[in-house]
Design a protein around this ligand. Structure first.
Ligand SMILES: C[S@@+](CC[C@H](N)C(=O)[O-])C[C@H]1O[C@@H](n2cnc3c(N)ncnc32)[C@H](O)[C@@H]1O
Length: 301
């Protein structure tokens, strides 16, 4: 074995070992929902070289990456390796590159920052926040056009709603929909600290009910609520989009699972949505690998 081959050989062993250790040592990763992220698993296997994928082995090593599961803080292991393995989730680029992009982009206000920090420390499911990268893209899109009215499906603790409200003109309006009373109340407590909070109107209802009340045309429709209704939200958005309006749908890459479905209902729903979005006549589309996938659609004119 020459020197190069020896280095590669040791790297493979190191990778295989580290990946195994990581998989085995993360509490909660051994899935109770029996979901595997196929592309990451394949990545792991291909780097393990000698291993052959077989049913028993993949069952033994089932690990689960859940968008609502706080993986990142538990991983103190080598960042380089984990960035290939786990941080793929909700973050298709390396954290270092994302930080660099954020640091060179317009940032949201101090109140928006507070929402993010408070949510990360105190609220279950903080991975659901769109984060600064996606917020900066939404704000940029709003500032490009003549966006005055926004409908958001999925308020959570109010970060994205405030980030968008800040980019709107004085007479702009964000209608934001959520079913969770607790997070909705928390969101309002933060918005009340901001001069842009008055632009935000909350609708505490399931998205499918709320949409019946929203009968106008809207300039930006941001879909980020329950994944099982993505196709319904898209159909409504197409009907209620203003002439120059823009539809933005979040999580459309679903950590890569859309490429190789795990059979999960949410994954299947997002895949169905993406097929519908792609097939929409009279629309231009772009699916961007920002965060967990941002699908952008506007009328072709
Ligand atoms: C991904 S979070 C939204 C994150 C938010 N856009 C942000 O970045 O701050 C999804 C939200 O959708 C809400 N949700 C779930 N099912 C819903 C439904 N059927 N109708 C409306 N909202 C729903 C959840 O309560 C949750 O707050």
């Amino acid at each position: 074995m020459n020197r190069f081959a020896r280095v590669v050989f040791h790297l493979k062993i190191y990778w295989a070992h580290t990946a195994n250790v990581i998989i085995r040592c993360i509490p909660g990763i051994e899935s109770n929902r029996k979901t595997i992220v196929p592309n990451i698993w394949e990545h792991h296997l291909s780097h393990c070289g000698k291993r052959e994928r077989n049913k028993n082995e993949s069952e033994e090593k089932l690990f689960h990456i859940d968008p609502f599961f706080p993986i990142k803080p538990r991983l103190n292991s080598p960042r380089l390796l984990t960035s290939g393995l786990f941080e793929v989730h909700m973050n298709l680029i390396s954290p270092e590159i994302e930080d660099y992009c954020i640091n060179h982009s317009s940032r949201p206000s101090q109140v928006a920052k507070e929402i993010q920090e408070y949510t990360k420390k105190n609220v279950h499911g903080s991975q659901m926040l769109i984060g600064e990268m996606e917020a900066s893209v939404l704000r940029f899109l709003i500032s490009l056009g003549k966006v005055k009215t926004v409908v958001e499906f999925g308020t959570y603790t109010g970060y994205s709603a405030l980030a968008m409200a800040e980019a709107l003109p004085e007479d702009g309006k964000v209608f934001t929909i959520d079913i969770n009373k607790e997070t909705t109340t928390l969101a309002r407590s933060f918005w009340d600290k901001s001069p842009d909070g008055k632009k935000i109107q909350q609708i505490l209802k399931p998205g499918l009910e709320a949409m019946k009340e929203l009968t106008e045309k809207y300039d930006l429709i941001f879909i980020d609520a329950d994944k099982n209704n993505y196709s319904n939200y898209l159909a409504w958005a197409v009907e209620h989009l203003s002439q120059d309006g823009l539809i933005v749908v979040d999580n459309t890459l679903w950590s890569g699972r859309v490429m190789n479905s795990d059979g999960d209902k949410q994954t299947e729903s997002i895949i169905a949505h993406n097929i519908k979005a792609k097939g929409l006549h009279g629309f231009v589309k772009t699916l961007l690998p920002i965060r967990d996938g941002m699908f952008l659609l506007k009328r072709d004119q």
